[in-house]
Design a protein around this ligand. Sequence first.
Ligand SMILES: [Zn+2]
Ligand SMILES: [Zn+2]
Length: 280
Amino acid sequence: MRFTIILLVLLIVSVYQAAGQETKIRWFGHAAFSITTPQGKVLLIDPWLTNPLNPESKDGKNALASVSKVDYILLTHGHRDHVGDAVEIAKKTGAVLICNPELAGNLVKLMDFPEKQAGTDAIMGIGGEIQIAEGEVTVAMTPAVHSSSVFNPKAGAAEAERAYGGNPAGFVLIVKNGPTIYHSGDTAYFKDMETIGEQYKIDAALLNIGGHFGMEPQMAAKAAKSVGARLAIPHHFATFPGIVQTSESFAAELRKLKISFHEMKPGETVSFRGSQMVKN
Ligand SMILES: [Zn+2]
Ligand SMILES: [Zn+2]
């Protein structure tokens, strides 16, 4: 009897630990993802949660209403479809900003991003790595071939509507006891993506495939290969007219390259145990 109880307790503890060890990635549509670490820290990347694909923003719903806990907001660059709702979310949650210094400065100056959340040692540059979440996550900022500017809502008639946004970037996120995730931001394909693959063991690559402003699907598949991704997840498509509307051709190219593919539905969450995707 006592043995059975001990076994039962051990089983409950191990199930609890297994659940606690999961890393969850959620897609909100466009380039917006959240990553919840095994220790429960929440990272939000390019948080345009009010984008038209997000089921939480449809039918008059307010996508920001359900956002309560965010520890870090990561911005790849200053374009509006990536800065998105960062200011409102930062004010609501106290989240710390991770991006380049020029973008951080202009978000504070022009868009009233809370200054004390934008002036920490989480402001970083391409090529650098920082530790966040008490060392649970290492963030590396990687190059992107794109542009970056911040919309200035305070611009007068004679002023430029777009202010400097620093250099555009991507991120590699190394989650302790979890996957290593690459978010490409907005970028063209560039051959040096191979260097990212040499330096980091990318378990999941979140790649922009929409074309027009960045990689076309075929080149996005090439990017998956260059960074050595075990799994490729597309983003930045079908949000609005003028960009690629389906991930079909991306998936077809990946099949040729024998790289795993998963298309997330907007609002979907996938879980990883260690570096392995376990369910969705
Ligand atoms: Zn952009
Ligand atoms: Zn974009």
